[in-house]
Design a protein around this ligand. Structure first.
Ligand code: C2E
Ligand code: MG
Ligand code: MG
Ligand code: MG
Length: 283
């Protein structure tokens, strides 16, 4: 009887596993359609100077407008796309769409694009970025690619070569989610980062917890001793903002400042003043 019950369990397990595989296959198929059908959109989240709160740049964050399902966030589909070559198509689309948006906004503001590890190691990446810069006419100094340690871990030598080639295009490189990886310290000194982003988990815990605050301080002083400016992610309160400012963190990003939003270029936006004017003349 025990044997019977055991077999039953296996059957349930098989069914569950089968379900998971099916779901993954469906998601991959849907992602293919998403690329073909232009279902991705970019939202942009500003990054501001910690002292003046002036916007210095915007980070592009991908969303999937999935038919019948509403807005889908990257944490649910980027990992699946990463397991196939889909991520390279999505990545190419993202870089182009971000640069096309950036040429329409203030020329002092940078645009940041997230790269997953597989995209970073795509042999076509450097040529793709070069093409997009040429075709959109974006000043390379305004483009910043955000990578995480995961992209650097696999092959340090190859990663260094890719970073040098990207930097030779005149673009900037930021190390994202700093402090959550394995050997952050050695990476900061061996790779040419233009900016370091403190992971939001430290920022969230900073005001209540002495240890998190100590880590934030250590990250900022490490970066500054190497002449690298620091961005704090996930800033949600004025207390966090003022503490970060007092610790000389250069830039802030987070819901306190602004949430990620679709970008409307000035020529697409409602001409508000004209409308008000028309309303006045009609009266
Ligand atoms: P990330 O690059 O570290 O981006 C920051 C994430 O934190 C974003 O989530 C953003 O909406 C969220 N966030 C910003 N401020 C706050 C805050 O004050 N509080 C809280 N709780 N959250 C905040 P999102 O847009 O869901 O993106 C998640 C991750 O997905 C990103 O983390 C990035 O690693 C990845 N990702 C986003 N867009 C792309 C893309 O185009 N390509 C690739 N490869 N990855 C992307
Ligand atoms: Mg990022
Ligand atoms: Mg981050
Ligand atoms: Mg993150």
């Amino acid at each position: 009887a025990a044997k019977e019950a055991g077999r039953g369990c296996y059957r349930v397990y098989d069914a569950a596993l089968h379900e998971v595989h099916e779901q993954k296959r469906d998601l991959e198929a849907a992602l293919h359609e998403a690329i073909e059908g232009d279902q991705f959109v970019l939202h942009f989240q500003p990054k501001v100077c910690s002292h003046t709160r002036a916007i210095v740049g915007r980070e592009a964050l991908i969303r999937w407008n999935r038919p019948g399902r509403g807005m889908v966030y990257p944490d649910t589909f980027i990992p699946v796309a990463e397991q196939s070559l889909l991520i390279n198509d999505i990545g190419r689309w993202t870089i182009r769409a971000a640069c096309e948006a950036a040429v329409k906004w203030d020329a002092t503001e940078t645009v940041a694009v997230n790269l997953s590890a597989r995209q970073f190691l795509d042999p076509d990446l450097v040529a793709d970025v070069r093409d997009v810069l040429r075709e959109t006419g974006l000043n390379p100094a305004r483009l910043e690619l955000e990578i995480t340690e995961t992209a650097l871990i696999l092959n340090k030598q190859l990663a260094a070569t890719i970073l040098m080639e990207l930097k030779a295009l005149g673009i900037k490189i930021a190390l994202d989610d700093f402090g959550t990886g394995y050997s952050s310290m050695s990476y900061v000194q061996s790779f040419p980062f233009d900016r370091l982003k403190i992971d939001r988990s430290f920022v969230a815990a900073m005001n209540g917890d002495r240890k998190s605050r100590a880590i934030v301080e250590a990250i900022i002083s490490l970066a500054h001793s190497l002449d690298i400016p620091v961005v704090a992610e996930g800033v949600e309160t004025e207390e966090q903002a003022s503490l970060l400012r007092s610790l000389l963190c250069e830039e802030l990003q987070g819901f306190l400042i602004a949430r990620p939003e679709p970008f409307t270029s000035p020529d697409q936006a409602e001409p508000k003043s004209d409308k008000a004017h028309a309303a006045l003349s009609a009266a």
